[in-house]
Design a protein around this ligand. Sequence first.
Ligand code: FAD
Length: 400
Amino acid sequence: MSAERALIVGASHAGAQLAASLRQEGWVGEILLIGDESVLPYQRPPLSKAYLAGKTTLHDLAIRSSEFYAKQDIQIRDATVDSIDRSAHHLSLADGDTLTYSKLALCTGARPRRLPVPGADLTGVYYLRTAADVELIRAAAVPGSRTVIIGGGYIGLETAASLRTLGLEVTVLEATERVLERVTAPDVSAFFTRIHVDEGVTIRTGALVEALSGDGQVREVVLAGGELIPADLVIVGVGVEPNTELAAAAGLAVDDGVVIDDQARTSDPDIVAAGDCASHEMARYGRRIRLESVPSAGEQAKVAAATMCGKSKEIAALPWFWSDQYDLKLQIAGLNTGYDEVLLSGDPAQDRDFTCYYLRGGELIAADCVNRPRDFVNSKRAIAQRLPVDRAELLRAGSG
Ligand code: FAD
């Protein structure tokens, strides 16, 4: 076994967890974690929260210390992987080097979807995925700057909250009729709109961006219909797309993500995948899903590591997610896709804490819990174990 070498492509949440789990599972050969961000793997969620707001440093965000990797004999290499030769079991790096593997893990994550409109390449237009992106935004984020955020999803709203605390003027443009439209019930969207408006953010819904204009530097956002919104900087948060090109070029099955089974195996028995780049058939939801969340990346990575060591673990945990905005902690248990009933505990039109339960055919499938940690823990357990729903108990006021 000592001549075995595990290569991990992508050094972030999934890759870092996978490397650590490989040792725990008993991998005695070489482990090489290859990433192209030139920094130790760091926690990505704080980028739009505490890191953007200047409340923490990149050093504090490290997932593990350099001592940890050294102690576990995990090597880290700053490089971009260009291609995989599956028959030769080797990777080609952009710097010309070639590395052979016994087992390979793809943890290549996702990248921001680009805004497909004229002017999107002007100076002053930013995306937010990496620490380097945040450093550029922070340099441009002078108090009083007029900031336009395109996209009213979690990242757009978290960014709005952080930039407000830095004293910027913030407008959020959302193309659909409400913020968080894709992921929450109307009451939850209305709640976050109220909170942001109270904090001085302008939220425009039904606002379709047609172009960005300026003289090299962005000056205005042009809406369908011709309205011009002045902007000193623009931040685009319109979703991500998985980094699957490596896998696809190597002939692995890809379907909105590298296709993996319950043991994180791709269509090649020597290659696993985990995290934002991977799509997995979830029996509970009856379809293939590509989750974009730290807990899922971690769980899939643990399972993938076990698989690489010839053991058998399965991806089974309930998906969950969180978002921090101002003093609010939203915790989401489960996925609400296909819900046909909503129950509200608390009043999102007035309170700063409430839980929105989502049911399908009388079964609890998801819960959005705002400043209600106890509801979150209870919901997670009830959804995972498919416990019978006691409506009166769910609605009991102040259960957080
Ligand atoms: P990534 O974090 O995308 O990492 C993939 C890595 O692989 C990157 O470093 C990439 O550069 C590298 N890479 C790709 N291709 C190559 C290659 N060919 N060669 C070398 N390296 C390569 N999730 C939550 O659960 N809660 C939150 O509150 C939350 N907030 C978020 C806020 C922001 C601003 C962002 C951007 C994301 C947030 N997420 C949140 C999502 C979460 O960060 C992702 O789900 C998580 O980062 C996925 O980890 P990953 O390792 O799969 O992929």
